[in-house]
Structure formats: C-alpha cells, structure tokens
Ligand binder design. Structure first.
Ligand SMILES: Nc1ncnc2c1ncn2[C@@H]1O[C@H](COP(=O)(O)OP(=O)(O)OP(=O)(O)O)[C@@H](O)[C@H]1O
Length: 215
C-alpha cells in the first residue's frame, strides 16, 4: 500500500511551520510499499500529530492523505474500521492499553477483533521473546511502562497490516530489549511485505531505514 502526503499542514502548527524546514509538512511525499521510514524530530514538532492524522484520529489539517489513491478524508466508518483491521496497525506513544484488563487480554481483545492472523499461542511466543511472559496475567495498570510498551508492540504485531505506525515505541526500553523488539518487528514486517513509519527524537540504528525524514 502506498501512502501519499500532499501538502499536509496541521492547523495548530501553521505559524510554526513557516519558520523552519521540514521534509514532511507542506511537501509532496510518497511512501512506497514496504519502506522503512524514520521520522526524526525534536519534542513538540508534531510527531504524534502526524501519527494521529495518518490513523484518522484528527482532521484539523490542510492537504490530503492518500492510501493507494483513496483519500483518507473520504473513508466512511466501515472503510475506516477495515483500514485499521487489515492495513494499518499502530503503537501509540501513550500506548492506549485498557488498564483494568490483563496484558494478555489487551493483546487478545485486539486479535479477535481483527481477522485473526495468528493463533493465541503466538502471544506466548512473542512474549517469551520480549521477556514479558511473567506479566501476561497482570493488569496492564500494574505493569511498568517498559512492560506495557512491549505489550503494545505485541498487540500491534498480532494483527494483519501493510503499514505499522510507531510513535516513539522504545522510549522506556533498555538496549537489550530494543534489540529484541526491533528484530521481531523487522521479521513481522518482512513476513507481510509491510512497511513502517517510526517516530523518534534521536538517530538510531535499530533498523535499515529506507528513508530518514526530518519533521
Ligand atoms: N489540538 C491541538 N491544539 C493546539 N495545539 C496542539 C494540538 N495538538 C497538538 N498541538 C501542539 O502541536 C505541537 C506538536 O505536538 P505533538 O504532540 O504532535 O508533538 P511531538 O513531536 O509528538 O512531541 P513529543 O516528542 O514531545 O511527543 C505542540 O506544540 C502541541 O502543543
């Protein structure tokens, strides 16, 4: 699936954007199938805003987002649900786990709401890989933020997608866990021939990015 950003300018950022260069805002940008895109930008420059625009959580912007030539703004509720079930999976910066559900229930709830891609035992495989088997039975609110981040990563990987969108997904993980998580994400994207867009504050070498864009 190809994503096209055509002169996107978020309304709250309009004035700020006139004062600096960006590879993304107010540009014609084509993100091709299976690309690995890194968006690097300082705090407050709009990373989360961009992620929310692409997931159609906000509409306060000028310009157009096209998904294989279909304008995101014109999708009806059913088409949007299908897009999120089949084509775009996301790891929010604030994770958005249900605090009163266990880590496993958070993952499972999302899995069964999609056309299940994997059996539930895949949760255990991924959890073992990321070192969180022992907290799967715990309420999400009782897990550390780094544990919750790994739950959110697994939840996103248990569904089908053509694009994986990740908003500072490793902010609370140590190097060892980042290496494990990035290897798993890379393998899952390759399996699906999917691309991803990752935002972060700094440079990193977690993936072989096809493009590095400044916001
Ligand atoms: N709905 C809104 N109304 C007014 N201003 C907003 C709105 N949403 C975001 N902003 C402003 O837009 C700017 C970008 O916010 P955003 O959360 O996208 O930044 P970010 O790059 O993700 O930051 P961080 O790295 O700190 O998470 C901020 O200055 C924020 O205050």
């Amino acid at each position: 699936m190809q994503l096209q950003l055509q002169n996107i300018v978020p309304t709250p950022l309009k004035d700020k954007l006139l004062q600096r260069h960006s590879d993304v805002w107010n540009k014609q940008l084509q993100l091709n199938n299976a690309e690995y895109i890194k968006i690097k930008a300082p705090s407050g420059t709009g990373k989360t805003t961009l992620v929310h625009i692409l997931y159609k959580l906000r509409k306060d912007y000028d310009g157009n987002v096209l998904l294989d030539d279909k304008n995101l703004a014109t999708l009806n509720a059913d088409e949007l649900a299908l897009l999120r079930q089949q084509n775009i999976s996301i790891i929010f910066q604030d994770l958005r786990l249900f605090p009163n559900l266990t880590a496993r229930e958070n993952i499972e709830l999302n899995r069964v709401l999609q056309q299940p891609l994997y059996e539930s035992n895949m949760t255990d495989e991924m959890a073992a890989l990321l070192g969180i088997m022992h907290i799967l039975h715990q309420k999400a609110s009782m897990c550390s933020y780094g544990e919750q981040q790994r739950v959110a990563i697994i939840r996103a990987l248990m569904q089908p997608f053509k694009w994986l969108i990740m908003d500072e997904p490793f902010s609370h993980l140590d190097k060892h866990n980042i290496n494990k998580a990035s290897a798993l994400i890379d393998a899952e994207c390759k399996k699906r021939n999917a691309g991803f867009l990752l935002t972060d504050l700094e440079d990193d070498e977690h993936f072989n990015y096809t493009r590095l864009l400044n916001l």
